[in-house]
Structures are given as structure tokens and as C-alpha cells.
Design a protein around this ligand. Sequence first.
Ligand code: PAP
Length: 316
Amino acid sequence: MEATNPDTKHNELEKQKWCIRESLYEFHGFWFTKTYLEATKEVVETFKPLPTDIILASFPKTGTTWLKALLYSITHRSSPQDDAVLTLNHPQELIPSLETNLYVRKQAPLNDDAAKQGRILATHAPHQILQHLLNSCDCKIVYVTRNPKDTLVSLWHFLQKSKDFEDDPWELEAAVDQFCDGVVPFGPYYDHVLGYREVSINMPQKVLFVTYEELKEDTRSHVRRIGEFLGCPFVGENGEEQVEKIVRLCSFEILSNQEVNKSSELPESGFPLPYNSFFRRGEVGDHLSCLGDDMIRKIDHVTKLKFHASGFHYGI
Ligand code: PAP
């Protein structure tokens, strides 16, 4: 992508100071860092999904890495040589992100015809922005979400790995306020979740909506559910065995202990944080370890207004 000066190019967009020396720009009601804004616009203008595509959509820190491993394993389970893939490749590299790997780094499989078949592509872009693209063909979308407090806390810890965090930190109180106001990358979180949830209700054959918490509670059932949704159900004698294997290989315990995932090197994709930053604790309810009562009350209040008032009883 051509280097452009975002302040010149986007001076008509609303801008807010964020942290790690970044600003966020408002685009169609959502907030983006300058790199993601450019990449998302390019995705919107040029990406052509295929009916054979599987799109993994998520708000950041809601279970993307886990779903990348699961989707890859579910769709490649019949190839014995693929058994070692998760031990040798970081899930983030296995499933490219539309915004970063493909449009910022210009990697396959966008242009390579062979690689286009049955590709799995990830995106953090909201449905409200991608809808005309995603509705233009019969591609399948798996959306994962996570409760707002754990999502925020995971994001807050993740950013601390940035080299600029010390110079321009994101104090936890400010993080809570900005999260509640929606001014975080790809935020508002609530609109992001509700956008994909609504299509999953209206078009259940197109969008499968999964929560991190239900996946944690019963990974087996959800692996089966994802397989059915993608048109590759687990059947026959081997079915149960395959499900068990996938659940185990993609578990936090196994994945986070693979050498490639423990590495403190920067990913080949050019992402600025190390491989190991995608694995921290992988627990439900981790926000209790750092959010104070007032912070919890503040987020719960917004959750009630945004989720509960719209009939989605989730997140508290
Ligand atoms: P991304 O949006 O930047 O790709 P994402 O993978 O969605 O990040 O979120 C990372 C979170 O998923 C981390 O949560 P934590 O900070 O609360 O610990 C990470 O630990 C967790 N995670 C990664 N892999 C797994 C897994 N296999 N099972 C459960 N949680 C996982």
C-alpha cells in the first residue's frame, strides 16, 4: 500500500487521540487506527468474496486465534499430513487476516487461483461496513464474540506488549471509559457484536454466531456445530474421534505451549506484536483480576443499555 499521510488524507474524518501514540479515525460509525482504516477501505473497494469462502469475523480479543485454529482443523481434518500443521504454524499465520496480511502485506490467497479455493479469511471489520460484500455471494461467516469485560481486559493487556505503551500508556480507567464510549479499534464493540448477531438471526445459514464462553463450556458440541454449519459434519465411526482430537489440539493448554506460539519474535506477516502476545490466560471471567467495582458497574450499565435492551441477554 502506498504510504500516505493519514492526517492529510483523512482530515475530513473525525479523529480521537487513543494510546501508543495512535489516533483513531471514525468511518461509517466505527473507529480505526490509520493502518486499519486504509486496509478496511481497500477491502471494501476491492475484495470479491467467493461462495466457497469461509469468513471468520470478530471484534479484537474475542477468540480469533482459537477460532483460526479450530476452523483450520475442522476443514482440513481429512488430510493426515495436516496433523502437524498446528504444531508448526501460528494460527494467526495459518488463516490470513483480510486487513493486515492481504491488503497491507499483499499476500496470497487473494490473487492466486489455486489458493482461492476453500480459503478461510479473517476480518475484524464490522458487518455494517462489509455487508454489501458479504451479501454478494453465498460465503459462510463464523462470528465469535466474548463478554465485554474480558474483551476489554484482554485488549488492555495485549497493548501493553507494544513498544510504545510505556511512552503513551492506556490507563485502565481511560480504557474503560473509551470502551464504553465505543472509541477503541473497530469499536463500538456493542454495535460490532449486534451487527453480526442480527444477520445470524435473520440468515442462520449464512452467519454462525458463537460466544467464547459457550465454546469454553462445551467445545465438543461447538466443534460439531461449526462442522455442520460449514457443510462438513462429523459423521461415521471416526467422527467422535476427530472431534476429540480437534478440541485437544486447539485447546489453550496445547496451543499456547507450542514453540511457535511461545516465540517472542515478530510475526512474518509484519504484525507489530510478537507471536506469544496472542496467548495470555485464555479464561472466562479474567476481568475480575483487574477491574474495580466501579469499572464493572460502568461497563455493565452500557451492556444493559446496548445488549439487554435489544433482547440480547449477554455480557453480565
Ligand atoms: P486477536 O483479535 O488479536 O486475534 P484474539 O485471539 O481474539 O486476538 O484474542 C486473544 C485472547 O484469546 C487472549 O485472551 P486473554 O488475554 O484473556 O488471555 C488469549 O489468551 C485467548 N486465546 C488464544 N488462544 C486460545 C485458545 N486456544 N483457547 C482459549 N483462549 C485462547
